[in-house]
Design a binder for this molecule. Structure first.
Ligand SMILES: [Fe+2]
Ligand SMILES: [Fe+2]
Length: 207
């Protein structure tokens, strides 16, 4: 079996598209943000490829395909058991791909699977599943973690409207213990400069 990630990724994203379009769009948006951060972090270009970052972001929540819909879609607060099932999605997603490759892992697959498993870790060690603190969590997984957090804040949820760019910015600054400051600053540069410019260009065309 090929140890290339492209084929299983295409299949899994296709299933995600059919099963949960909101999750599919979240994954694509997360990939856009992760690439924006990557572009603004020139020092990592020698160790991580942009394609790997994009792939990890697209697949980060693949474990949610294994969470029952009634838990994924409930607008209510999770019970303890529901929270436990939900918080298992980074592990089940990573295990899904590990089983597929059965030990025949490319360097890219290994990095992507690591990101899937650790995208909910936080810089201060308060994340899960392993409570990895600071740079114990490799930079690529930290990029995916922040991209996911940012993307989630900008999306509508059953219990809240999407946050504006300004609200997201304040939220990031208030919670600055959760993410590596250098990665946050790359994100803010991307959002303020690149996305800001794109929006301005769009506006100029429509005027
Ligand atoms: Fe997640
Ligand atoms: Fe996510």
């Amino acid at each position: 079996m090929s140890n290339n990630l492209d084929r299983p990724a295409r299949l899994l994203l296709r299933i995600m598209y059919e099963k949960n379009k909101q999750l599919y769009l979240h994954s694509l948006r997360c990939a856009d943000i992760a690439q924006g951060i990557y572009i603004n972090l020139p020092e990592i270009k020698n160790t991580v490829r942009e394609e790997t970052v994009a792939m990890a972001a697209k697949l980060h929540d693949i474990g949610k395909l294994l969470v029952p819909d009634e838990i994924l879609e409930t607008p209510k607060r999770y019970t303890g058991e529901e929270r436990r099932i939900m918080d298992y999605h980074p592990i089940s997603g990573a295990e899904l791909l590990l089983q597929y490759f059965n030990g025949d892992l490319s360097d890219e697959s290994e990095k992507v699977i690591f990101c899937i498993r650790h995208h909910h870790e936080r810089f201060d060690g308060s994340g899960y599943p392993s409570g990895l603190k600071g740079t114990n969590n490799p930079i690529i997984a930290q990029i995916i973690g922040l991209s996911d957090y940012y993307t989630a804040l900008t999306e509508k949820r059953a219990y809240r409207e999407p946050l504006s760019r300004e609200e997201v910015r304040s939220c990031l600054l208030e919670n600055n213990h959760l993410f590596h400051p250098g990665i946050v600053s790359a994100l803010l540069t991307h959002v303020e400069h690149d996305i800001g410019e794109k929006l301005d260009r769009k506006q100029a065309v429509s005027e």
